[in-house]
Design a protein around this ligand. Sequence first.
Ligand SMILES: [Zn+2]
Ligand SMILES: [Zn+2]
Length: 791
Amino acid sequence: MRVTEKGEQQESLPNEGRAPLEVVRRGVAVRGVVQGVGFRPFVYRLAMEEGLAGSIGNDTDGVTIEVEGLATRVEAFLTRLRTETPPLARIDAVAVREMAAIGEKGFRIVASEVLGRVSTGIPADAATCADCLRELLDDEDRRYDYPFLNCTNCGPRFTITRQIPYDRPQTSMAKFKMCAACQAEYDDPLNRRFHAQPNACWECGPVVWVTGANGAEFAVDDPVEWSVGRLVAGEIVAIKGVGGFHLSVGATSEAAVARLRERKHRYGKPLAVMVRDLEGARTICELSKEEEELLQVSARPIVLARARAGNGIATSVAPGVPWLGVYLPYAPLQHLLFADERVKALVMTSANLSEEPIAIDNDEALARLGGIADAFLMHDREILQRCDDSVAAVVEGAPQLIRRARGYVPLGVELPFEAPPLLAVGGHLKNVFALARGRHVYQSQHLGDLENLRGLEFFKESLKHLMRTFEIEPETVVHDLHPGYLSTEWAKEWAADRELPVIAVQHHHAHIAACMAENLLEGPVIGLALDGTGYGTDGRIWGGEVLIARLEGFERFAHLEYAPMPGGEAAIREPWRMAIGALRAAGIDVLNAEILERLGAKESEARILLRMMERGVNTPETSSCGRLFDAVAALVLRRREVDYEAQAAIELEGIAVDEPDAQGYTTELIGGDWERREPTRIRVEAMWGELLEDLRKRKSQAGIAARFHAGIADAFVKAAVKAREATGAAQVAMSGGCMHNRRLVRLLSKGLRREGFEVFSDRQVSPGDGGLSYGQAVVAAAMMKSKPAES
Ligand SMILES: [Zn+2]
Ligand SMILES: [Zn+2]
């Protein structure tokens, strides 16, 4: 038997010296995402076309195939198996073994049995495929205009599944009995709908209807056309989708968008825009080849791309930033909305209030959204798992996930080594938990902030579901080092109830470990963790860190010099406080009239902060890079307060989007003694002086932002060089929330490569806190591997 390494294609067995007409038999084991994605009918068809006998069946690790026939045809079959793989399948490994020919005739699909533990689980939700879309718009087809058509290459999966095995009775399609025509397709191995679990049509499947805000149904002929009419009239329509409801308005109407924001209590945060097709996306955004590809992957993420000037989209959709979150329809119902010529671009935003979980149930939607939506486009295919839209961007030429949810969950991310069953609960904001077992980590969908009861309920409900889905009973619970996180408290209680051991993992170590594991790095590496805030081993708030990291441990090599955060959490919501803290730390007189004017602060307010800092009252110290961005943005952009986390930093990147690279502001490396494990401090005092000078000279905001980005990148490149001199490590893993900043990533990568470093970034998991649980799982598993638990 020959097993390939991950991702490599196995060469088939050599055929030399065999008579061309020799009959051979092969056993083929395929691992990867090969169940519920049309793999068996695909193999069946290949076997037919190559004139081979044998069988295929699902097993716990993937599929098992036996084929028998002419040696040359078996060769061809094995090649095509890997080159013509169905769109949603992913082959991780193929193992081929020789068997004795038995003279079998015909090819069979063996019924699915659940044998022991199932490692393949449930596939992710996939966008309507091209074949289904053609049928949807073909008035001769029996599924013309049918809002729930799908096939083995597309359709809902994770969001409609109660538990494994992924079979119709375990999905919310169970209550719909297939009509004779659908059943015939479902049973025919050569049909595109063979074992397509959500298969349905006008005769037998789910239906749509419309209601007012009070839930009373409107009697209309065509609910979709009626909804389009309301949208065109500027109303807010709640539309039930795949992973939850969307709130939708016409994206070109300033008044409609403003009303949506008002009612949703969401003011500054950009809203996503759905357009009909790639052509539509091109008219509102400037897209690179990579961005166009990303828009079209079957997960259909929201892609952050440069907005085109004068694109007609209401400016209140994405105020203050030069990007737009754009995406393409992924459900037939959405395609039908866009089939109406009047619909060009729709705001499609998660139906919730601020950071609460997305609404999925019809009654829940009416109760929670009754005050927001004017009308509801409902359907009766129940959503069993809440799942927001995923968000991604192209960073340095490759996709980066910002929010990993619909279309990606629950696909596992591979681990470089075996992990015992464990649960990693993630962080606080943008929470995602992870379950690990064997060589896989399964991250939950994006759950949102664990600050309200609904958020915690969502966490618990999703955990229960994923534990059942993957049949993982955690034996260890991993949490962040921060004692105050709700996730930490919850993890400790949950573990205590089950008498399980807990492991605390430092926030930035988890970020770097995530990047290392994804890139198969064992370390030690130089980890650049540039981030918002995370609890440090010294009890202070870290976030501008240079770590010497291995998977199971780390040392702190360097960090941004500490600055006070007057008011603690309040300084995150009000960057002007952060600016006062940072300027004060740099020895600058913050009572200066010009500074106060720029910060929109009264002298009395500033004096209060100064007193707080002097007395150390509610003034934690932070080395956070994100907070430094906030402070600079407060001063340069006059951004006193923010509506959402990291808004100021994002706007600072945005304002410089067209600005050429500039000479960075001055930073210095201070102190540090690696032998004695004393970290080097990165001092930005001189930078503040130069920046204030530029402001006095009325230099442009864009130019100042560009110089700031360059200065920060220079500082961390210098620190990495010093780390290499001290430790010999020459690989750099970059992670943390600031890695969403494309300018910063570009400058860092360029600077590091110029110095001869190998540079690595997160791709499959988010570099922000959405990727934290993956890193926690990696660190805990590595710790247990290097030092088995005493028993
Ligand atoms: Zn399809
Ligand atoms: Zn039917």
